[in-house]
Design a protein around this ligand. Structure first.
Ligand code: KG4
Ligand code: ZN
Length: 330
């Protein structure tokens, strides 16, 4: 089984070809950093136009890399939400057009499901159910992944996502855009000496909150070396993520099957401090720890193709008139 995946929900245009037995035949990515940098963040209108320009040649290149034609693909999976509506429409309409023209099934993939199932692409031994910390630019959730299309949300953020806090911190510290990797690099050069809050730490529900931390960084900016503030911020985020995940582990739904692993996915999962702290937590709870390789953490189309492969194998396809969804909880 060969699936073409298309991703365009934020500022990465991507196309990939993935097989049902976990081979990534090709994956192409066109970032839009240069277009958004002058604005210090993603501008939806600019993103949508850039997707229009980049997507078709990118799909052609992904097919050429894999030495395949569209006729040899079994199904087309495109992100149908959540995300910036203009970009989602570009990718979904393109997927529909290709599916119609080539007479192939369409699979409308929830971007969050792409992240949620991505660890199963890189780790063939990862079995359901697993406890997933999904941390990206738009989301921060704890999910019990019970199967394909079976997600039980245990917690979410009551305000900002962790990635958003990284991006805002980078902006406040003048570290540039995108923020996560810039904060991580700066943090490596500093000491976590600045006292910052750990919102919701110790609270009984495993929810997240990062708005107060963001404001605290804003107040402290300019009064400490940027590297020390970056290190202090990163430590605070890590401690919040670990405390909340530990709380979720302690309060797993009664009577449910024990998770086979603690898993992290999404852009913030590319952060080494986050990965290593979660690894330690998993060990303490006698759980296996699974994190996708870095390229599979941040937005890409291989995870969309893989989610498509999992859905296709489960008999889940979608009609060509399915609508894009800017908001779409798992
Ligand atoms: O999953 P993703 O690529 O896009 C969304 O679906 O949101 O996540 C992007 C987010 C951004 O906020 C980015 O700053 C953050 O992931 N990120 C990181 C790192 N790499 C990306 N955050 C912390 N450390 C990193 N190394
Ligand atoms: Zn994402």
């Amino acid at each position: 089984m060969i699936i073409l995946g298309i991703e365009s929900s934020c500022d990465e245009t991507a196309a990939a070809l993935v097989t049902g037995d976990r081979r990534v035949l090709s994956h192409r990515l066109a970032g839009q950093e240069a277009a958004h940098t002058p604005f210090g963040g993603v501008v939806p209108e600019i993103a949508a136009r850039a997707h229009v320009e980049a997507l078709e040649p990118l799909i052609a290149a992904a097919l050429a890399d894999a030495e395949l034609t569209l006729a040899e693909v079994d199904a087309i999976a495109a992100t149908a939400g959540p995300g910036l509506i203009g970009g989602v429409m570009v990718g979904l309409v393109t997927g529909k057009a290709l599916a119609h023209a080539a007479g192939k099934p369409l699979i409308a993939v929830n971007h969050l499901e792409g992240h949620a199932l991505s660890p199963r692409l890189s780790d063939p031994d990862l079995a359901f159910p697993y406890l997933l910390l999904l941390v990206s630019g738009g989301h921060c959730q704890l999910l019990l992944v019970e199967g394909v299309a079976r997600y039980r949300r245990l917690a979410t953020t009551i305000d900002d996502a962790a990635g958003e806090a990284f991006d805002k911190t980078a902006k406040l510290l003048g570290l540039g855009f995108p923020g996560g990797p810039a904060v991580e690099r700066a943090a490596a050069l500093g000491q976590p000496t600045v006292p910052l809050p750990r919102p919701l730490k110790g609270s009984p529900e495993p929810h997240f909150s990062f708005a107060g931390l963001k404001s605290a960084v804003s107040r402290a900016a300019g009064q400490h070396p940027a590297e020390d503030l970056a290190a202090s911020f990163q430590l605070a985020v890590v401690e919040c993520l670990i405390d909340r995940t530990a709380q979720a582990l302690r309060s797993l739904p009664a009577g449910g099957k024990r998770p086979t692993a603690l898993v992290v996915a999404g852009g913030v999962a590319a952060n080494m401090a986050v990965r290593s702290a979660l690894h330690t937590l998993a060990r303490e709870h006698d759980l296996r720890f699974v994190a996708p390789p870095l390229w599979l953490c941040t937005d890409n189309a291989a995870m969309i193709a893989w989610a498509g492969a999992e859905r296709f194998a489960a008999g889940l396809t979608d009609p060509l008139d399915i609508a894009p969804r800017p908001r779409w909880p798992l």
